[in-house]
Design a protein around this ligand. Structure first.
Ligand SMILES: Nc1nc2c(ncn2[C@@H]2O[C@H](COP(=O)(O)OP(=O)(O)OP(=O)(O)O)[C@@H](O)[C@H]2O)c(=O)[nH]1
Ligand SMILES: [Mg+2]
Length: 714
């Protein structure tokens, strides 16, 4: 997968040409700033129940109105609302805290180089005293400030009542109780923001005395005392919060039981994926079967009709363009446009039979092969988001951190590692939360070893091939593949610590977030986002590669004279004669010791651009076209039926597992490489990553195949 889960964001207007006013959302990590930002702006930026999810500033244009029951009398103001990374103190300890501190001071060069017009300090109603500490520092900046007490729903559920008026008196600024999740209090917050930044009034800063003024001891301790005292005056607990959860936490964070719990949870999720996803997968197969038949019937027997050529040519040209645009780090180039035009012209010149084959065997089969995995990906993210939101994942982090530090990975790498299970790219981006360069580099280098969602289609295919009749075994194989990625990442980190980047990783200081009822809406939205990203990928990169592969597998055409008489052998002979056949046979010796034949090699070669391409490549190489679109089990059946020249089957347990190991470990994602280069600032590390991972994959697959073959599984 190649996309960063960002919502479109605009740069805030800067300096003199500033039109709308700027309002910052600040506060401790994990207090719900991004949730509030999304609720106010109607957006869907990533949120999760652990600190450090937002690492850069994000801006949205919103409108706030004055209070007036008559809508005609309401005045409004346009604002730039800015979501910032979490901040513990104005003396930043990490790069993302520095972003927030600089924005508050109006010193963030180029992006926020003017003082904000207002600041909304978000605090957590369930943890008021801790989250108010930073508020004391922000209030001392003497900017127009509003305090939003978020998670008010959770506090009420826990029996905590907050006296808003008292809190407002103590802080000397407006205080608004809100629930970003439920949408409560948002209108009042909007109105309060309006009152603070009225278009034609200059809001006067409110002078406040510092809570550390005259303090002779530790200023931090003074701030903590102040926050405790303010929270104490304004909070009232109706019932004592049940402490039952502590024994749960003791179990969930204990080294052995905690690890066992984590494994059990993940295994159950994988089992669900197989079980539930079956139904929607069948519907998708049926839909593609229908599309494929309809298109095949529509293609005329004469020269290609203009109305058919036009949509297909447009689609492919757009795919070429989008693919090139992405690889070029979202920059437009002349060659991408040129290629797009050339492709559409070429399509126009195709003879009718080839056009038919391109539409059905190239485009439809290529996309269908990948899109069937959409349900599995959606279900995975649905459950992961529920787990993240509930606060369980933070316990998982706690269990893993002991292990991680031993191998030289910083505790803070846990969040990037979680994201990398969706896609290495947001994972690598979120390593910005790691202060030490050494720790950050190690994390970036090992992240792509973790199983990202692009590997899922390959895992599913191998699972169906080897354990089609047993979901239990398939789930174990799945968990094994995830575990292998994790072990490889840990092993590599350890190796790096002992060699290229020596040193000890910094310990993790993270508060365990309280358990929260996960939001179904958030889980559904994340699922939708992930699904869209996956489809976008299928519609661009994969479509493009499918078409290129189709062309290479179709041309040059075998001369009539050389065609075998037996019809079943004709397709095989044509493929061997084509460009793909020749390339495959040339590189066959390289992968032979791993148990792969030249057709699998073609799949491997094409999937260096993006892993999930393997599945569609095999559909195309095995000439399944129309049939594969109707029935993806057919791919598995066809693969299972393949034989080597000596008559023995190609896909034995040894070959299947060797292929799986190769895909777990190899660096097969161009966009990730581009991001590694950008984040480490040098091509060197991207090359190191590629060579190391691919070398490791080769050796591990070789060992897998040879060992299993020796044991008689080949
Ligand atoms: N119950 C409840 N949960 C909330 C509310 N607002 C946010 N959450 C949850 O709190 C967690 C943290 O939310 P985020 O919006 O990611 O917090 P953040 O402050 O942006 O965190 P960082 O970006 O890590 O600094 C998520 O699991 C949210 O679903 C709320 O009003 N009520
Ligand atoms: Mg956030």
């Amino acid at each position: 997968m190649t996309t960063v889960d960002d919502v479109p964001a605009t740069e805030p207007s800067t300096g003199n040409e500033q039109q709308s006013k700027t309002v910052l959302l600040v506060g401790n990590p994990n207090v719900g700033k991004t949730s509030l930002f999304n609720a106010l702006a109607g957006l869907r930026a990533k949120t999760a129940n652990y600190p450090g999810v937002t690492v850069d500033l994000r801006v949205a244009a919103i409108q706030v109105r004055s209070v007036d029951s008559d809508p005609h009398c309401q005045a409004s103001a346009d604002l730039d609302l800015v979501d910032l990374p979490g901040l513990y103190s104005m003396q930043p300890a990490s790069p993302e805290e520095e972003v927030a501190a600089k924005c508050l001071r109006g010193e963030f060069q180029g992006r926020m180089d003017h003082s904000p017009d207002a600041v909304v300090v978000v605090v957590d109603a369930t943890n008021l005293s801790r989250t108010l500490v930073v508020a004391s520092e922000i209030l001392e900046l003497n900017l127009p400030t509003i305090v939003a007490v978020n998670l008010i729903d959770a506090a009420q559920a826990a029996g905590t009542e907050i006296n808003i008026q008292e809190l407002s008196n103590q802080l000397g600024c407006p205080v608004v109780p809100v629930s970003a999740r439920k949408g409560n209090g948002l209108d009042t917050l909007r109105e309060t923001i309006y009152d603070t930044v009225k278009p034609d009034e200059v809001a006067l800063p409110i002078a406040r005395a510092s809570c550390v003024a005259g303090c002779t001891g530790c200023p931090f301790a003074a701030r903590f005392d102040w926050a405790d005292q303010v929270a104490g005056c304004s909070t009232e607990s109706r019932k004592t919060v049940s402490r039952d959860l502590t024994w749960i936490d003791k179990t969930l964070t204990s080294p052995l039981l905690g690890l066992a719990a984590l494994l059990t949870v993940m295994l159950s999720v994988f089992f669900m994926i197989f079980w539930v996803a079956n139904y929607p997968m069948q519907w998708i197969e049926m839909a593609f079967g229908y599309i494929s038949e309809t298109v095949a019937a529509l293609i005329p027997s004469g020269p290609v009709a203009l109305w058919l050529w036009f949509p297909l040519a447009t689609l492919l040209s757009l795919a070429v363009f989008a693919g090139a645009y992405r690889l070029n780090e979202m920059k437009w180039t002349r060659w991408s446009t040129g290629t797009a035009v050339a492709v559409s012209l070429l399509i126009g010149m195709l003879p009718q039979a080839d056009f038919h084959s391109l539409a059905v065997d190239g485009v439809i089969a290529g996309i269908a092969g990948v899109v069937v995995f959409l349900p599995q990906i959606c279900i995975l993210f649905f459950f992961i988001t529920l787990l993240e939101d509930s606060g369980y994942m933070a316990r998982g982090a706690f269990v893993m951190e002991r292990l991680m530090r031993r191998v030289g990975l910083p505790g803070k790498a846990f969040v990037p590692m979680l994201s990398a299970h969706a896609c290495a790219i947001p994972g690598i981006m979120s390593t910005r939360t790691i202060e030490s360069w050494r720790d950050r580099l190690v994390t970036i280098l090992v992240l792509p070893l973790l199983t990202c969602s692009a590997r899922l289609p390959v895992y599913v295919m191998v699972a169906a091939l080897l354990f089609g009749d047993s979901p239990g075994k398939a789930a174990i194989m799945f968990a094994g593949a995830y575990l292998l990625g994790l072990i490889a990442a840990f092993g590599t980190a350890f190796l790096l610590k002992k060699t290229v980047v020596p040193g000890e990783a910094a310990p993790l200081v993270m508060e365990l977030p309280s358990y929260r009822l996960p939001s179904l809406r958030n889980a559904l939205l994340t699922m939708l986002d992930r699904g869209t990203i996956f489809l976008r990928q299928a519609g661009t990169t994969i479509l493009l590669i499918s078409v290129v592969l189709w062309a290479l597998a179709t041309y040059p055409k075998i001369p009539e004279a050389q065609l075998p008489v037996d019809e079943r052998q004709q397709a095989q002979a044509a493929l061997e004669y084509s460009a793909v056949g020749r390339i495959g046979q040339t590189i066959e010796p390289v992968f032979e010791p791993l148990g792969f034949d030249w057709k699998i090699d073609i799949g491997i070669m094409t999937s260096f651009a993006a892993r999930e391409v393997l599945v569609s490549s095999l559909s195309i190489v095995y000439g399944l076209g129309e049939d594969a679109a109707e029935d993806t089990d057919l791919l598995v059946e066809t693969l299972a039926r393949q034989t080597k020249p000596d008559g023995s089957p190609v896909f034995t347990t040894a070959t299947g597992l060797s292929l799986l190991v190769f895909f777990v470990l190899a660096m097969q994602c161009l966009p990730t490489q581009a991001v590694t280069k950008r984040e480490t600032g040098s091509l060197k590390w991207a090359i190191v990553q590629f060579c190391y991972m691919t070398g490791l994959a080769y050796v591990a697959a070789l060992m897998t195949y040879q060992t299993l073959a020796a044991l008689g599984f080949a």
